[in-house]
Design a protein around this ligand. Structure first.
Ligand SMILES: C[S@@+](CC[C@H](N)C(=O)[O-])C[C@H]1O[C@@H](n2cnc3c(N)ncnc32)[C@H](O)[C@@H]1O
Length: 280
């Protein structure tokens, strides 16, 4: 799969501007954001890139008086492993109980759950707030024997942790064929069983479930669009955890969830990113 590598220069270049820019770009199909001294780098699948969508997203940028300039080039596939190793991915411990690292790391901290991933271009190293918020939920809740769906699985880090915590069977779905390949690789690396991986989106779900637990860390618009399909493969008492949006988006997510019969349980937040829990 071919990727485009964008460099966005932001003025002023502050953490909040770059956070908001990452969120805006995430909505426009970008992934794998990397902070730089004068902005951020971001990547998008060449097939998904649409210049009009990007220009419209930047024209509606929510922080006034911010200037965003960009340039891009085609990214070379062969460099990803090396780039990740050198720049992007350090071992991380979440909730004192879960360590995430890659095959190339040494001196790995000890923790109750040890997840090894080969990150490459799939989102899901645990470093993003949304991933770590959902990891916190998976650590806090009893998953033993529960069937689980991980929508937008990326590296399948969440499905792998859920399986380690006793969830079974687990289903991981991602729209991106590359994520599906990376998920299969990571599942094998961790030696976990009973996780099925599919390429696709919520339209796949009509023949699936019901699931006891669904996790979906994608983005606000996809969640709003697909939530009714998630609910169609839940049963009374099933739990739905969603992330990939800012705390400001909670009211619109909650309204759509309640419209689909879900009951709000709580939200958690980190650096303005949110995760919400609902029960059917
Ligand atoms: C924010 S990443 C989350 C990855 C991982 N679950 C985590 O928590 O770190 C979102 C993932 O959703 C996938 N995705 C985007 N749109 C989707 C859709 N409509 N249906 C399923 N997956 C989708 C992307 O390819 C990406 O891997």
């Amino acid at each position: 799969m071919k990727y485009l590598e964008f460099t966005f220069h932001t003025t002023p270049c502050t953490e909040i501007v770059n956070d908001v820019l990452s969120a805006v770009l995430g909505e426009a199909g970008f992934e794998s954001f990397v902070e730089q001294t004068d902005g951020i780098a971001a990547y998008i699948q060449k097939d998904l890139y649409n210049e009009t969508v990007l220009k419209e997203a930047l024209a509606d940028f929510p922080l006034p008086d911010t200037q965003v300039e960009y340039a891009y080039q085609e990214a070379e596939d062969k460099d990803w492993n090396e780039e990740w190793e050198k720049n992007f991915f350090q071992p991380i411990i979440i909730g004192d109980r879960c360590v995430i690292h890659s095959t190339f790391h040494r001196d790995i901290p000890q923790a109750e759950y040890d997840i090894v991933i080969n990150p490459q271009m799939a989102f899901g190293t645990g470093h993003h707030e949304t991933t770590s918020l959902i990891i916190g939920e998976l650590l806090d809740n009893d998953l033993q024997g529960k069937s689980l769906l991980d929508m937008g699985c990326g590296t399948s880090i969440l499905a792998i942790l859920a399986r380690m915590r006793g969830a079974a069977p687990c289903t991981a779905v991602d729209i991106d064929e590359w994520c599906v390949r990376n998920s299969l690789e990571n599942i094998e690396l961790n030696g976990v069983d009973r996780i099925s991986v599919f390429q696709g989106d919520a339209s796949l779900l009509k023949d699936q479930g019901p699931f006891d637990v669904i996790i979906a860390n994608i983005n606000r618009n996809i969640l709003l669009n697909d939530m009714k399909r998630y609910v169609s493969c839940m049963h009374p008492g099933s739990e739905l955890y969603m992330s990939g949006f800012y705390v400001d988006d909670i009211p619109v997510i909650q309204a759509e969830a309640e419209h689909n019969g879900l009951r709000f349980v709580h939200h958690k937040e980190k650096n303005r990113w949110a995760a919400v829990k609902f029960v059917l």
